[in-house]
Design a protein around this ligand. Structure first.
Ligand code: CXF
Ligand code: ZN
Length: 369
């Protein structure tokens, strides 16, 4: 069938809005009508060439929710008409990680930038007949997509699909980083560097954990102010060494129990590390351009201060467990989702959405169909 899609064709170029063809789902695949897809910064990194993908053209978009329109013969647990959130890492269910319930570490994860389906085939084609890849095995910037059942989680039908899309990437990444990776405890102090899609959700994750001090740091004062509505107790707009000084001043010279690096790790990790208390945690939730090969943290400082530097993909939690739980927290009024959406766009307007993200105007832009 034909479907409209926003394609990455070349580094530095806007996404190309084109009609592509989509093959019917194979035995373990689903045809999904996308209802909403978030404009995450990771896709922007791909467009800028900072995060390399293996092929072009490729349909980007990895924060999506929709409605199942057809299923392959071997699909189990998903039916036509089901509402699904798509996961940017598939859960193959068979590898050592999935067997332990750690689907965010699925052995198939490293292949999500290749462009192929889970089985390695291509099911999208442009008007010249060339294969079109799907970022994260999803390709959510399209009216319809075909994904393996390993990339879909069925959700309750009463959850608005624009909000469901948000729990596909930014919300679990941030909330999970605070709750699961750092294990923030009641009374703890927290620093969040970069209050965008991930960072704002670290703020609300830390609030859910009962943190007493939540310092929101962003060079954009609009974001630090907004962070207060998600639970931040302080806002700072400094960066670099001045950021470290500001956080130490707010914590009696001790530093925070947990610092989260949610933007530009090459520039923010060392200031965040130095703003962290001895034996504290430094959690990296943001991606770094492929071209940056290392970050300097003085080893003696690491040894002597006994801090832990750790990564967190998908909030260090299986999306299969976390996504339904986050939606329960939304339903009980404990998790803000609607408030994360700054603006909505049509698919044809997606490049304006990314311009707005680059201009610092958006917490989350969402394409709604
Ligand atoms: C990313 C993580 C790195 C690979 C692509 C998806 N997650 C969210 O933005
Ligand atoms: Zn994302």
């Amino acid at each position: 069938m034909d479907t409209l899609a926003a394609l990455f064709r070349a580094v530095g170029a806007p996404l190309s809005i084109e009609t592509i063809t989509l093959d019917a789902p194979k035995p373990t695949e689903l045809l999904v009508r996308i209802a909403a897809v978030g404009l995450c910064r990771t896709d922007l990194h791909v467009m800028r060439g900072e995060r390399r993908v293996a092929m072009s053209p490729m349909t980007l978009g990895h924060e999506a929710a929709g409605v199942v329109e057809a299923i392959g013969a071997d699909v189990t647990g998903v039916a036509v008409g089901d509402h699904v959130v798509l996961t940017f890492i598939p859960g193959c269910g068979r590898c050592r990680w999935c067997s332990k319930g750690l689907h965010h570490l699925c052995a198939e994860g490293p292949r999500i930038t290749q462009g192929g389906q889970l089985d390695g085939t291509y099911c999208r084609h442009d008007r010249l007949g060339r294969d079109v890849g799907a970022f994260c095995m999803i390709g959510g910037f399209a009216e319809r997509t075909v994904v393996d059942q390993a990339s879909a989680i069925v959700i309750d039908k009463d959850i608005p699909l624009d909000l469901a899309a948000l729990v596909a990437c930014g919300v679990p990444a941030g909330v999970g980083a605070a709750r699961v990776r750092a294990k923030v405890k009641p009374g703890d102090s927290v620093l969040v560097v970069g209050c965008g899609g991930d960072g704002m959700n670290v703020v609300q994750g830390a609030r859910l954990c009962g943190a007493a001090t939540i310092i929101a740091a962003d060079i954009n004062p609009t974001k630090t102010e907004l962070a207060r509505t998600f639970g931040a107790t302080h806002g700072v707009t400094e960066h670099g060494e001045a950021l470290t000084r500001a956080v130490l001043a707010l914590t009696g010279g001790i530093g925070v129990d947990h610092a989260f690096v949610c933007i530009d790790p090459p520039a923010t990790l060392l200031p965040a590390f130095r703003a962290t208390a001895k034996a504290g945690n430094v959690v990296v939730t943001a991606i770094t351009p492929d071209t940056v090969k290392q970050i300097d943290v003085p080893p003696l400082e690491l040894f002597a201060t006994q801090k832990a530097i750790m990564g967190a993909v998908y909030g260090f939690t299986s999306p299969r467990l976390q996504i339904p739980e986050l939606l329960r927290l939304y339903r009980s009024g404990d998790l803000k989702l609607r408030e994360l959406i700054t603006q909505t766009y049509s698919l044809e307007d997606i490049n304006r959405g990314y311009d707005d993200l680059e201009a610092g105007k958006n917490l989350r832009g969402v394409v709604v169909f």
